[in-house]
Design a protein around this ligand. Structure first.
Ligand SMILES: Cc1cc2nc3c(=O)[nH]c(=O)nc-3n(C[C@H](O)[C@H](O)[C@H](O)COP(=O)(O)OP(=O)(O)OC[C@H]3O[C@@H](n4cnc5c(N)ncnc54)[C@H](O)[C@@H]3O)c2cc1C
Length: 407
């Protein structure tokens, strides 16, 4: 069996490794001429890390990322709402990782090249279309045609393969929130592996360290995100969704200074010290009713682009990849693809919809709604059980409670 994967992002590369581990040949076509370390920080949850550990990548993850130790939800003025351990400290068999997206992609890319051979990834090949018959699928890239038993569209939020299933959907739908994201070297805070999510419905801060370099003792590469609500779903997209579009201090600072402050880190100073940062609209697409047609299916952001709340974008792409590889190891391409869709489509659609309502971050929205000026006693605003239930229900729905992962 030979599987062709369009897109060498986190999802496509993980699929290639998972197929290889099951003795199945995979080839990737990637539009970029080379893999550059693009993007900023992402969190990868224990259910996905368990799959990367199965692929024997845990030691390397430790050299490029940071095991997330705790997550603290706070008000916009820095009052603690909920503090929970994460990963191993929370009793999981495997860690959660805070990591630079580009470094994770680089690790997966290099591992595919090492394990599958230097010809496995065809860079500079943009998938433009495909045709299939009863026996095979042929993909066109402009430079060459590739014949395989199945074609997997792991080609991200602007997927060419998805257009086949969904038609011309237009731009992704925007919820009126812009996100500025950056990373810069600074002093660690709290445990050195803590993550903070602070704010509420108008503006929100996400903060976590993603890399420690032995050559820079006493410093950590700190990832930050500022989300600000600038409109609603009817507001036209102010900027194309491009992961590499630079942001400016003039745009972001009005949503930070006098709006969000936490005692642990001087956020305006952190942002001002960041040499370059990026602006991206928070957008997704409606869940599809179908991902698969005979020998062609979708995976990762191509299948289910979601708002980046709850740390599920990369994690769900990794879960898709392993699920699909398992089905392809068990049965022939068309049947395997249908079985994969049955396992994954509705499960991921539920996450897309939950993220539209704020996902686990609803805990901070709820407290802000009930106590917009802060509180003297949190218990009078929301009980610990109520807050833990919001986070716990989200974890269960997205498949990463401790019991689900440690099975
Ligand atoms: C450049 C970039 C930067 C990102 N930065 C962040 C970030 O900072 N934080 C965050 O949370 N998420 C980021 N993401 C998104 C995040 O990586 C995904 O949500 C998640 O990892 C799921 O990955 P995926 O493999 O499904 O899609 P992606 O990671 O988007 O990968 C899709 C791949 O397909 C390739 N591709 C697209 N169209 C074609 C085509 N027609 N033919 C061949 N190849 C094609 C793309 O070049 C890309 O390499 C970024 C994505 C990209 C592409």
């Amino acid at each position: 069996m030979h599987i062709l994967i369009a897109g060498a992002g986190i999802g496509g590369l993980t699929l290639a490794l998972a197929l290889h581990a099951r003795g199945i040949k995979a080839t990737l076509v990637e539009q970029a001429a080379s893999v550059r370390e693009l993007g900023v920080g992402i969190n990868t949850l224990p259910h996905a890390i368990k799959e990367l550990a199965e692929l024997d990548l845990l030691d390397q993850l430790d050299t490029i990322g940071i095991r997330t130790g705790e997550l603290i939800y706070k008000t916009a003025k820095g009052q603690d709402i909920l503090r929970q351990p994460r990963g191993i400290g929370a009793g999981y068999d495997v860690p959660q990782f805070s990591i630079h997206r580009g470094k994770l992609q680089r690790l997966l890319f290099d591992t595919v090249t090492a394990r599958l051979g230097p010809d496995a990834i065809k860079t500079g090949h943009r998938l433009t279309g495909f045709a299939q018959d009863a026996d095979s699928v042929t993909a066109h890239t402009g430079h060459a045609d590739f014949q395989a038993d199945a074609l997997i569209g792991a080609d991200g939020i602007h997927s060419t393969v998805r257009k086949h299933f969904a038609g011309e959907e237009g731009p992704p739908s925007w919820n009126g929130i812009l996100m500025w994201r950056g990373a810069t070297w600074t002093k660690p805070f709290l445990t050195g592996s803590s993550m903070i999510i602070a704010g509420g419905m108008k503006a929100k801060l996400v903060l976590y360290p993603i890399f420690n370099d032995p050559a820079r003792p006493g410093e950590t590469l700190m990832n930050w995100v500022i989300c600000a609500k600038l409109g609603d779903a009817s507001t036209p997209l102010p900027t194309r969704e491009d992961w590499s579009k630079s942001g400016t201090l003039a745009e972001v600072m009005p949503h930070v200074e006098g709006v969000i402050s936490i005692p642990e880190v001087d956020i305006p100073a952190l942002i001002a010290a960041t040499p370059e940062f990026y602006v991206y609209p928070m957008c997704d697409r409606d869940p599809l009713h179908r991902w698969t047609e005979n020998r062609v299916t979708l995976l990762g952001d191509a299948a289910h682009p979601m708002y980046p709340v709850g740390s599920n974008g990369a994690s769900q792409a990794i879960l898709d990849a392993v699920c699909l590889a398992d089905h392809l190891a068990a049965t022939a391409a068309p049947t395997a693809l249908t079985a994969y869709e049955a396992d994954r489509r509705e499960a991921t659609a539920a996450i897309v919809l939950a993220n539209r309502k704020g996902g686990p971050e609803r805990v901070i929205d709820l407290v802000e709604e009930r106590a917009p000026d802060g509180f003297t006693s949190l218990d009078a605003v929301a009980t610990p059980d109520e807050l833990r239930a919001i986070v716990g229900d989200y974890q269960k729905m997205a498949g990463f409670t401790r019991d689900q992962v440690n099975r």
